[in-house]
Structure formats: C-alpha cells, structure tokens
Design a protein around this ligand. Structure first.
Ligand SMILES: O=c1ccn([C@@H]2O[C@H](COP(=O)(O)OP(=O)(O)O[C@H]3O[C@H](CO)[C@@H](O)[C@H](O)[C@H]3O)[C@@H](O)[C@H]2O)c(=O)[nH]1
Ligand SMILES: O=C(O)[C@H](O)COP(=O)(O)O
Length: 330
C-alpha cells in the first residue's frame, strides 16, 4: 500500500482495549471536564435503539461519569423509536423540532447536522441506532484519541463486518458499498486516506470545534463528505481510527444500497471539484434507474440520488459554539 497511508495507520490506529474507561475519566478531568455528547440518529429503529441507549447509560453515565448526555435524533420515525429511546433514558429530539424555521431536508446527514444544534458537548460521538451487537466500548474506544491527544480532531471506528443472510453469518462479506464504491474511490483519488478501514462506518467522534466548521451532506454521503472535508481542513494527522472489533447491523436492500452508492459517488464528485482536483465539463446526472422483472419485460423505478448539503453550523444565526440555545423549550 501507499507509504503515506501505511505510516498514518501505524501512527493513528489503536484498539478499544487501549482505552480503559478509568484512563478516559482521568483524561477528561485533566482537561477541565469538557462535556461529552453521544448522538444516535434513528429512523424506525425501535428494535435496537433501546438496548444501545441502555448500555451507554449504564456503563458510561451511571457506573462511570464519562458521557454527559445521550440524544436520539428521531428522524421522522413512524414506529415506536422515540418512545423506546426515551424509556431507555435518552433525550429524544425530533429532527424537525430543531431549527424549524429552515426549509426541511431529509436523510441521515440532516439528522447529524441538526444534532450539533441539539447537544452541548465539546466532544460528540455518533452511533448508528441499528447496531445489533452494540457494546459501550464502541463509545469509550472512539473517545480515547480525542481525550488524550489534542492534535486529533476526528476518530473513525473500524471493525469486521459480517453479512447476515438467511440466518447465516458470512464473515467479511458486509459493508458492500464501502468495499465496492467508497474505498475504491478513496484509493484512486485520495490515496493518503486509503488506510481508513471503514470510511462509511456510522460510529465516529469529533471535536465540536471542528465539526461545526464543516458542511454536512444531508443523506448517506455525510460520512464520506466529513472524512474528505476533515482531511482538507485539518490534515491527515487530525484523523485517527480505533478498532472496535465486530459490527453487525440491519442490512438494506440492494436497491437501497444502489441509491446510497449514487449519493456516495456524487459526494466524491462534489469534493473532487471543490478541493480543486477536477475540472468538470458538465454536472453529473442525479437519476438512478432500478429495474425489476415484470413478465417478459421490466418495470423501472427512478431514484433521485442528488445530494444536498447544509452549511457549517457555525454560520447558522444564533449558534454560539453550543447548540443548546437553538432548541425549542423542553
Ligand atoms: O433518513 C435517515 C436514514 C437513516 N437514519 C439513521 O442512520 C443510521 C444509519 O442508517 P442505515 O440506513 O442503517 O445505514 P447503513 O445501511 O447502515 O449505511 C452505512 O453507510 C452509510 C453511508 O455512509 C452510513 O451513513 C451508515 O452509518 C453506515 O452504517 C441508522 O441509525 C438510521 O436509523 C436516519 O437517522 N435518518
Ligand atoms: O457501509 C456499507 O457498505 C453499507 O452500509 C452496506 O453494508 P452491508 O453490506 O453490511 O449491508
């Protein structure tokens, strides 16, 4: 592999076991007890969100005062996600209740961007709400490099990703968009980032002071956009990764993953252009056709995979380094 990426991996990769909670409590106290927020974006995750919130509350709030708040951003769920998360002890905020005066946008990236305006932590940890094997070392592991090294601004989790299919576990077969789209794009265009093992992983953490200066792609391009923008804004060494072991999540349909791939490609395209790595002759299309067999012919459904984006939160009027003041009365 490429030298810069290999050297970065050696310098900046640790494992969750390197960061025992007692060590992190000491580091947190030594740095003036800056607050820590955990954010779960959740759209119809009633099956899994409760266990994740319970584990974080029990291990990292009650047994050890590492985390200061857990906020579930309810991303227009139509199931009991909000009730289950609240019963487990999270603060639940509906995506549309945050900055309600802004035009509505959809997607995971929108939920994450809005979370900056609904939390008070100086460090923010994002965790997907569909994890089926969550353990609190996901959160403590991601906090390790941030609490102990001021030059680190952004920490990605990495893990093994099995594919669960028909009740069977196929090791190494999960993360299909990651392996077939995102990592090839990164290797070809941003080789310095080739050592980031899970660029699309939903478990990562960052300093508010960095995240609030970055635009957020509103859909599934958010992870790639943030990674590329952190790299452009803060440099390779501001990024670290922590091995969290094994990650099992709910798989989406192939059609949904195709749409996700379209968003990932358009996000890469936008950064190639913005960061001066490509001079486009024309804009890319945003329509993705999906075919399904119908008798002797095919039905076609067209998905719009165009990406929208929110500006850096620091530019939003009323935001003053913490989002709490922007929330409606609770
Ligand atoms: O409109 C949405 C869609 C999703 N989610 C939540 O976001 C998380 C991840 O979404 P999911 O649909 O499960 O994505 P994955 O298929 O798991 O996709 C992977 O790849 C995506 C693209 O980088 C990342 O956003 C994901 O975190 C990563 O797990 C889950 O908690 C969802 O409930 C929202 O909050 N709002
Ligand atoms: O991160 C990814 O590549 C997508 O979420 C797809 O993951 P899966 O192949 O494990 O469903």
């Amino acid at each position: 592999m490429l030298t810069e990426a290999t050297m970065w991996m050696r310098r900046r990769t640790t494992t969750a076991a390197d960061w025992p909670v007692e060590m992190l409590l000491e580091a947190k106290a030594a740095h003036g007890d800056g607050r820590i927020s955990v954010v779960l974006p959740a759209r119809n995750e009633e099956e899994t969100v409760g266990a994740i919130v319970t584990a974080i509350r029990r291990d990292l709030m009650e047994r050890a005062p590492l985390v200061d708040e857990i906020v579930v951003i309810d991303s227009r769920s139509t199931d009991r996600t909000a009730e289950v998360a609240a019963a487990a002890g999270a603060e639940v905020v509906h995506q549309d209740a945050i900055l309600p005066e802004l035009p509505r946008m959809s997607g995971k990236g929108e939920a994450l961007w809005k979370s900056l305006a609904a939390t008070g932590g100086e460090l923010i940890v994002f965790v997907d709400a569909d994890l089926r094997n969550f353990s609190s070392h996901f959160v403590s592991g991601l906090l390790g490099p941030l609490l102990t090294d001021p030059s680190v601004g952004y920490v990605k989790g990495c893990y093994d990703r099995p594919l669960m299919t028909g009740g069977r576990r196929v090791d190494g077969a999960g993360g299909r968009v990651t392996e077939l789209v995102a990592r090839p794009l990164i290797n070809l265009h941003w080789p310095a980032l080739a050592g980031v093992i899970q660029p699309l992983g939903g478990e990562y953490a960052g300093r508010r002071s960095l995240l609030e200066r970055l635009p957020f792609v509103t859909g599934y391009g958010v992870e790639l956009g943030l990674l590329l923008d952190v790299f452009a804004e803060a440099g390779l060494d501001a990024i670290a990764q922590v091995d969290l072991g094994d990650r099992v999540h709910s798989h989406q349909s192939t059609e949904a993953l195709a749409a996700m791939s379209g968003q990932i490609m358009l996000t890469a395209w936008s950064r190639l252009q913005r960061h001066g790595r490509m001079l486009p002759l024309e804009d890319p299309g945003t329509a993705l056709a999906w075919f399904s067999r119908n008798g002797s012919g095919h039905d076609v459904r067209v998905n719009d995979v165009g990406v929208q984006e929110r500006p850096p939160m620091i530019e939003v009027p009323g935001y003053a380094g913490t989002g709490r003041s922007l929330l409606p009365e609770r």
